[in-house]
Design a protein around this ligand. Structure first.
Ligand SMILES: NC(=O)C1=CN([C@@H]2O[C@H](COP(=O)(O)OP(=O)(O)OC[C@H]3O[C@@H](n4cnc5c(N)ncnc54)[C@H](OP(=O)(O)O)[C@@H]3O)[C@@H](O)[C@H]2O)C=CC1
Ligand SMILES: O=C(CO)[C@H](O)[C@H](O)COP(=O)(O)O
Length: 511
């Protein structure tokens, strides 16, 4: 029988895809959960799922581990003080809506409210200030989707250290785990039997906003990584004429090597799935218009704002945008010509191998962009981000988990001040060895008229950073010509500005 006076360890507000699964994960780790959603059906559904799983997998436990609450006042009355509340509601206004309702319901100043949604990092910074008199606003970005939330996500907490110390044991328990020796995920997808061994994929990221910034960049990398795989699919399918299932086989093989990742694994699975309605490959029945909720866009905007190149992430956002303009693409298909025949390759298998190397290089390039962006923002904000730890907590649980995150971890362990991942020996050598294949992939795509914006922009990033001289000298000349914007000279100290009187005597002046 349920004990009416029992106090619960944590309240979960918002029982959608993520909230419900986080609640079940927390309950599996021996913490008692009080749960609430505006939609009473979702509360009921969560409580019923806990009951089903408990009866099936945990016969010795008779008491419900999740209490469904009818409102926030009831939830507050059922929680151990100081209270810990986890929000899993859509980013933006709903977060403030719940905070306001919690204040009305009587939340206290030493209670902790943790926003686990994909909030904009600057909103998080503001919220910590705004609610400081009412409660401790903490944030913890989560990655891993539905399954990750249920059986072990990657967690990126940031904000007050006092709050972190209070919740750390729960976070370590529910996070995904990695084998410390191999760096590989330890996975078990069994209700009632969570993974308790291994290194937890959570670490304190830094002051308010930093965790959401890191998650935002994680998602930017996710966008780029997904688009890279999609470009490889189009090259193999439309270019080489492989069927969807054959491309799935190629991806399965790639997933055994240096491209091993969750995204590669699920892409192979998607490509091999038949449509239950028609029997055709499902992927060919899915409309080619990509959705987005904003985190990739925020990453691209942030990179532009702070002047840190992340072209592959930006291209991935544009690729989603152009995909949505289907009718314009259909019209232009009738107007614009391209190559008369698609990809021409001497030997199919050789091209598949070259494309594998190209994808590896492009992937390293886009991770380099993401890590460089975090480093520049950290400098601007005065955050001490530990990139070895960030790479470590992305090795399992999150959507971009991949074996090569172990190499990124090691690169930052060897040099925590690494300015750019491309400077790490392992990546510099790998890319130098494979860059020729990357160029073949890009030129083959261009000659075949198949768009490969991310594979190409990643190569442009690589080539830009290995260029001692860029044509910015001419650009400075242009700026000085039309706007007297001045330029520095190669033979004079840095910072000395010059202007040429382009429209009159063409004399040079030191400004
Ligand atoms: N889905 C994913 O893979 C991931 C999502 N996220 C982020 O996690 C957050 C939650 O995502 P997700 O679970 O997918 O979203 P869902 O829309 O599935 O769930 C959100 C839930 O919050 C409820 N809700 C909204 N406002 C309130 C409120 N004021 N009080 C109580 N409940 C409320 C909604 O109820 P109702 O439907 O009735 O409005 C809904 O049940 C988002 O910020 C998302 O970006 C992060 C990582 C991965
Ligand atoms: O945060 C996530 C994974 O890490 C979410 O799945 C996110 O919603 C994905 O972004 P989008 O919907 O824009 O593709």
């Amino acid at each position: 029988m349920n004990n009416q006076n029992q106090l619960y360890d944590i309240g979960v507000i918002g029982l959608g895809v993520m909230g419900k699964n986080l609640a079940l994960n927390i309950a599996d780790n021996q913490y008692k959960v009080a749960a609430f959603d505006l939609d009473a059906h979702k509360v009921q559904d969560t409580v019923q799922q806990e009951e089903r799983e408990r009866k099936q997998y945990l016969k010795q436990i008779t008491e419900p581990r999740i209490l469904g609450c009818n409102n926030l006042s009831e939830m507050l009355s059922k929680l151990e003080k100081p209270r810990v509340l986890l929000l899993s509601v859509p980013a933006g206004a709903p977060v403030d809506g719940v905070c306001k309702s919690l204040i009305e319901a009587g939340i206290e100043s030493d209670d902790i409210v943790i926003d686990t949604g994909n909030s904009l990092w600057t909103d998080t910074v503001e919220r910590e200030q705004r609610y400081s008199k009412d409660f401790a606003f903490f944030s913890c970005a989560v990655s891993g989707g539905e399954v990750g939330a249920r059986f072990g996500p990657s967690l990126m907490p940031s904000g007050s250290l006092t709050a972190w110390n209070r919740i750390e044991p729960i976070w370590q328990a529910i996070a995904a785990k990695v084998d410390a020796k191999t760096g590989l995920p330890i996975e078990r997808f069994e209700p009632g039997n969570p993974v308790i061994e291994g290194e937890p994929c959570t670490t304190y990221i830094g002051p308010a906003g930093s965790g959401h910034y890191v998650k935002m960049v994680h998602n930017g990398i996710e966008y780029a990584d997904m688009q890279l795989i999609c470009e490889a699919y189009q090259l193999l399918h439309q270019g080489l004429g492989l069927t969807a299932a054959e491309v799935g086989d190629v991806f399965e093989r790639w997933n055994q090597g240096s491209l091993n990742s969750y995204l590669m694994e699920i892409s192979a699975d998607v490509l091999k799935q038949a449509d239950p309605l028609t029997g055709a490959p499902l992927v060919e029945m899915i409309l080619d218009k990509a959705g987005q909720k904003g985190t990739g866009l925020w990453t691209a905007v942030s990179s532009l704002q702070i002047g840190c190149p992340a072209p592959t992430i930006a291209e991935a956002v544009y690729a989603r945008a152009v995909s949505t303009q289907k009718s314009q693409r259909q019209q232009l298909n009738q107007l614009l010509s391209g190559p008369s025949e698609s990809i021409k390759v001497e030997e199919q298998q050789a091209f598949i191998n070259q494309l594998e190397n190209a994808l590896y290089c492009a992937k390293v390039s886009c991770y380099a962009q993401g890590f460089q962006l975090m480093a520049m923002q950290a400098k601007e904000q005065g955050w001490q981000l530990d990139f070895a730890e960030i790479a470590k907590i992305w090795r399992a649980g999150c959507i971009i988990r991949a074996t090569f995150l172990q190499s990124i971890t090691q690169a930052y362990q060897q040099d925590s001040e690494l300015e750019n991942l491309l400077m790490a020996d392992t990546f510099a050598k790998g890319l130098s060895d494979k860059q020729h294949d990357w160029r073949i992939a890009v030129s083959t795509a261009a000659m075949g008229g198949i768009p490969a914006p991310c594979i190409s922009s990643a190569l442009a990033y690589y080539d830009s950073y290995r260029s001692v001289t860029l044509p910015a000298n001419l650009l400075q000349g242009q700026r000085d010509y039309f706007g007297a914007h001045t330029f520095e000279r190669t033979d004079r100290p840095a910072g000395e500005k010059y202007h040429l009187n382009w429209s009159s005597d063409r004399c040079l002046h030191k400004v």
